[in-house]
Ligand binder design. Structure first.
Ligand code: HEM
Length: 508
C-alpha cells in the first residue's frame, strides 16, 4: 500500500493540497496498520469440526489419550468443538503455566455440566467445586474449609480419627485372609467413614456389610461417570431442559439416594441443639456439621456440601490407593524397597500418621503414582470468564478450558523414561504437588487448586503404608505381575478399568 501511494504521487504533479493531505494521511495510516495489526488473534488451532456436531467423534471413550495424540498434531494449545461448545486444551508445561498462573484470574471459572445440581443458578452459589466464578461466597467457603478442615492444625487434630478407621480396615482385611478382595471397595469404606467421622462424628458405612460399601461406592462412581458422559444438553444448551438422554434425571436420583445416608443425621443434630434451648453452641462444637449449623446453613445447603466434600472426593482418594497397590504389584523391586523402609515398624501395630514423615520412599511412591495416574486427568473443567490472549491465541469468553495434566506428566520433554513407575526419580527431589511445578499437577494449581490436598495426602499415605506393612499380597489365579491389566477407565476420576483384586496374608 505504501508503494502504491508513493507511485501515484509521483505520477500526478497537479495534485491539489487537500488531495496531498489525504494521501499523506493514507500513507501514515498504512504505516500504522502495518506496525500495529488490529486483528484479534485467532482461536487455537484444532481439527476441522463437522457441521453441527463438531469434533465429537474424535474424542472416543479415552479422551485423555485421544486429545494427547491430537495435541501432537495441533500443538500444546488447541481447540475443539463439541456441538456449540468451544473447548480449549492445554497439553504442555508452558500451556499449563499460562492457563493456571498467568491467566488464572480470567480462566478459573467453571464449566458446569448439565447433570450437576450446581447448574441451577440458585444452588450454584452454594457449590464449591462447581461455582461458575470465584465469587466472594466461594472465597468464604474456601476459607471456612481451610480454617476448619484443612489447616495443618485441623489436619493434625483429625489424625486419631483416620487412624481408627485405618485400623478397622486392617482388622476387616485380617478376616478376609486368603480370599480375593477388591481393593477399591475396601479403601472406599475407610476413606468415606474417615471423612464422615470428621464431618458428622459418625460412620456411614458398615464394613461387616461389605455389600453396602460396594453399593455406595458403585453409586458414587456412577454419578462421577454421569458428570463426564457426552451430554447433548452440554453440547447444545438450548436443548438442556429436554434432558434427551435422561442423564440429569439419573443424576438427581443418584444424588437423592446418597443424601439419604446423612439426612437423618443432620435432622437429629439440629433437633438436639434446639432441645437444649441454648442459642450459643460454639463452645460445644465437635465436628464440621456443628460449624455449618452455627453458620445458619440450611439442611439442603449442608447436604450439597456433603455431596461435594464426601461423596465426590472419596473416589479420587480410593482410586489413588488402588493404583499405588497395582503399581507395586507390578514392580516387585519397588515393593521390596518399600518393605525394607517400613521394616523397622512393629509388625502387629498400625503405623501412625506421625511416623509417615520417616518414610521418604513411601512418599515417592505416592508422588509417582499421582504422576502416572492423576485422578482428574483434565482437572475439573475450567471456563474463561472473559476473552483472554494465551500463547498468541484468543480464548473467548465462556470457552471450556482443560489442562491435560495426564499428558504433561508423561511428556518425554519433562520426564526421562516417562511411562515407567520409578519412585526413585522423586527421592531427594524438591518437586512437589502444591501447584508450583507445571510438569506435575495432580492437584491442579492456582485459585482452583484442590481444597482438600493436605488431608488427601495424609489419608492416602496412611492407608497405603498400613496395607503394605500389615499384609503380603498376591495376585489371584497365579497371575504374574506383568499380566496385571493397567488400562484406565475415563470418568471425572480416572479409574483402573479392571478393579484390582488381591489376596491378603497377615504378616505376623
Ligand atoms: C488423591 C486425592 C485427591 C486429588 C488427586 C485431588 C485433585 C483435585 C483436582 C485436580 C481438583 C481440581 C483443580 C482444578 O480444577 O484446577 C480438585 C478440586 C477439589 N478438591 Fe480435590 N483431590 C483429592 C482429594 C480431595 C479431598 C480428600 C478433598 C476434601 C475432603 C478434596 C476437595 C476438593 C475440592 C473442594 C475441590 C474444588 C476446589 C474448587 O473448585 O475451588 N479433594 N481436587
Amino acid at each position: 500500500m505504501e508503494a502504491m501511494v508513493s507511485a501515484s504521487v509521483l505520477a500526478d504533479t497537479s495534485l491539489s493540497l487537500p488531495m496531498l493531505f489525504l494521501l499523506a494521511a493514507l500513507l501514515l495510516l498504512s504505516l500504522f496498520l502495518k506496525r500495529k495489526p488490529s486483528k484479534v488473534p485467532a482461536i487455537p488451532p484444532g481439527p476441522r469440526p463437522w457441521p453441527l456436531i463438531g469434533n465429537v467423534f474424535q474424542i472416543g471413550d479415552k479422551p485423555h489419550i485421544s486429545l494427547s495424540k491430537l495435541a501432537q498434531v495441533y500443538g500444546p494449545l488447541m481447540s475443539l468443538r463439541l456441538g456449540t461448545q468451544l473447548v480449549v486444551i492445554g497439553s504442555s508445561r508452558k500451556a499449563a503455566s499460562e492457563i493456571l498462573k498467568t491467566h488464572d484470574r480470567e480462566l478459573s471459572g467453571r464449566c458446569v455440566p448439565h447433570v450437576s445440581f450446581a447448574k441451577d443458578p440458585k444452588l450454584n452459589e452454594d457449590s464449591i467445586a462447581w461455582t461458575f466464578e470465584c465469587t466472594d461466597r466461594w472465597k468464604f467457603f474456601r476459607s471456612l474449609m481451610r480454617n476448619e478442615l484443612f489447616s495443618s492444625k485441623a489436619v493434625d487434630g483429625q489424625s486419631s480419627t483416620r487412624e481408627a478407621k485405618a485400623r478397622e480396615m486392617i482388622d476387616f482385611l485380617r478376616k478376609k485372609e486368603g480370599e480375593r478382595v477388591k481393593i477399591r471397595d475396601i479403601v472406599f469404606g475407610y476413606i468415606f467413614n474417615a471423612l464422615a467421622n470428621i464431618y458428622l462424628s459418625k460412620d456411614l458405612l458398615n464394613y461387616d456389610q461389605i455389600g453396602e460399601c460396594q453399593r455406595v461406592c458403585g453409586l458414587v462412581r456412577e454419578m462421577m461417570e454421569l458428570h463426564t458422559a457426552l451430554n447433548i444438553s452440554d453440547m447444545y444448551p438450548i436443548l438442556g431442559s429436554l434432558d434427551l438422554q435422561g442423564l440429569s434425571r439419573k443424576c438427581n436420583e443418584g444424588e437423592g439416594r446418597i443424601q439419604e445416608l446423612w439426612r437423618g443425621v443432620i435432622k437429629e443434630r439440629r433437633e438436639g441443639r434446639n432441645d437444649t434451648g441454648d442459642d450459643d453452641n460454639s463452645s460445644k462444637r465437635k465436628d464440621f456439621l456443628d460449624v455449618l449449623l452455627d453458620g445458619q446453613f440450611s439442611d439442603e445447603q449442608i447436604s450439597l456440601f456433603l455431596v461435594e466434600l464426601l461423596a465426590a472426593v472419596s473416589d479420587s482418594t480410593s482410586s489413588t490407593v488402588e493404583w499405588a497397590m497395582a503399581e507395586l504389584m507390578r514392580n516387585p523391586q519397588a515393593m521390596k524397597r518399600l518393605r525394607e523402609e517400613l521394616a523397622g515398624e512393629i509388625p502387629e501395630e498400625l503405623i501412625a500418621e506421625s511416623s509417615l514423615a520417616k518414610f521418604p520412599y513411601l512418599h515417592s511412591c505416592f508422588k509417582e503414582t499421582l504422576r502416572l495416574h492423576p485422578p482428574a486427568p483434565f482437572l475439573i473443567p475450567h471456563r474463561a470468564t472473559e476473552d483472554c490472549q494465551v500463547m498468541d491465541y484468543t480464548i473467548p469468553k465462556d470457552a471450556q478450558v482443560l489442562v491435560n495434566v495426564w499428558a504433561i506428566a508423561r511428556d518425554p520433554d519433562n520426564w526421562e523414561d516417562p511411562l515407567c513407575f520409578k519412585p526413585e526419580r522423586l527421592l531427594n527431589s524438591d518437586l512437589d504437588y502444591k501447584g508450583n511445578h507445571f510438569e506435575y499437577l495432580p492437584f491442579g494449581s492456582g485459585r482452583r487448586i484442590c481444597a482438600g490436598m493436605p488431608m488427601a495426602v495424609k489419608k492416602v499415605q496412611l492407608a497405603f503404608a498400613n496395607l503394605i506393612h500389615s499384609f503380603d499380597w498376591s495376585l489371584p489365579n497365579n497371575m504374574l505381575p506383568d499380566e496385571l491389566d493397567m488400562d484406565e477407565k475415563y470418568g471425572i476420576t480416572l479409574m483402573k478399568e479392571q478393579p484390582l483384586e488381591l489376596i491378603p496374608k497377615w504378616r505376623k
